[in-house]
Design a protein around this ligand. Structure first.
Ligand SMILES: *[C@@H]1O[C@H](CO)[C@@H](O)[C@H](O)[C@H]1NC(C)=O
Length: 220
C-alpha cells in the first residue's frame, strides 16, 4: 500500500472512532493487558498503552477482587468504587467498565452524567429512587428494588437515592472503558464559571452563589 494511503486510512479510522463511533473502538485482538513499563494508564488522562505480550497474561489478569466490600463514604452517604483498566488491566480495549456503589439510608448520588457511556444499574440490595432526565427535560424515575435493573442512556443526567431503611448496594456497568463523569452541581458551581453569569442564570445573589461555591468546589 502507498504510504500516503495508509496515513489517510489511519487518519480516517481515528477520526471515526473519535467523533462518529457510538462506542469504544472494536478490539483487534483477544485482549490487551497494558504493559506498564510504558507508563501509567492515568497520566493524568486516560492513556492507551501498548499491550503486554499475550503469553505473559495470567488468569489473575481477568479476575478482580476489589469490590467485595463497600468503599469510603462521602458526606452525601455514597461510596463508589469505579473499575476501569487503570485498576483492572484485563478490561483494557474491551469497551466496558463497571462500578460498585453503596448508599446509606437517605444517601444519594447527585445528578450527573457519563459523556461516553450508557449505564445499566442492578440493585443488589435495598430500595433506590432512581432516574434520568431526557433532552426534552422529561424525568423517568421510580423506586427500584433488589433484583431490578434500570438503564441510564448515554449522556443523560441521572441520579439515585436510598429511600429504604437499610443500606443499598448497586452494581453499574458501562459500555465504555472510560465513561467519564460530570456531576452537575460541581460542573456548575465548582468549576470557576464567573459569578456574574451564575447570578443571572440562576437568579441568585452574590452571597447565595458563594454558599453554592463553598459547597461544590471539589475537595482535593
Ligand atoms: C511473545 O512471547 C513469546 C513466548 O515467550 C515469544 O515467542 C514471542 O516472540 C513474543 N512476541 C513478541 C511480539 O515479543
Amino acid at each position: 500500500m502507498f504510504p500516503g494511503l495508509s496515513v489517510l486510512l489511519v487518519t480516517i479510522l481515528s477520526l471515526r472512532s473519535q467523533f462518529t463511533s457510538g462506542s469504544d473502538p472494536d478490539p483487534v485482538q483477544d485482549f490487551c493487558i497494558p504493559d506498564t513499563k510504558y507508563g501509567s494508564i492515568r497520566t493524568p488522562q486516560f492513556k492507551i498503552l501498548p499491550c503486554k505480550n499475550s503469553s505473559e497474561a495470567t488468569t489473575d489478569d481477568f479476575v478482580f477482587s476489589g469490590i467485595k466490600a463497600e468503599g469510603t463514604f462521602t458526606d452525601t452517604g455514597l461510596s463508589s468504587i469505579s473499575i476501569n483498566p487503570a485498576v483492572f488491566p484485563g478490561l483494557n480495549t474491551l469497551g466496558m467498565s463497571f462500578v460498585r456503589s453503596d448508599l446509606k439510608p437517605g444517601g444519594f448520588n447527585a445528578p450527573h452524567f457519563h459523556p461516553r457511556a450508557t449505564e445499566i444499574t442492578y440493585v443488589v440490595q435495598g430500595s433506590v429512587y432512581s432516574g434520568f432526565v431526557d433532552s426534552t427535560n422529561r424525568v423517568f424515575a421510580r423506586v427500584i428494588e433488589k433484583g431490578e435493573v434500570m438503564i441510564f442512556p448515554r449522556g443523560l443526567v441521572h441520579f439515585q437515592m436510598n429511600v429504604g431503611k437499610s443500606m443499598a448496594t448497586i452494581f453499574g456497568s458501562f459500555n465504555s472503558q472510560n465513561p467519564g463523569m460530570q456531576k452537575i452541581p460541581t460542573a456548575v458551581f465548582g468549576s470557576g464559571i464567573r459569578d456574574e453569569l451564575l447570578e443571572k442564570a440562576f437568579g441568585l445573589s452574590h452571597k447565595q452563589i458563594s454558599v453554592m461555591r463553598r459547597r461544590f468546589v471539589p475537595k482535593t
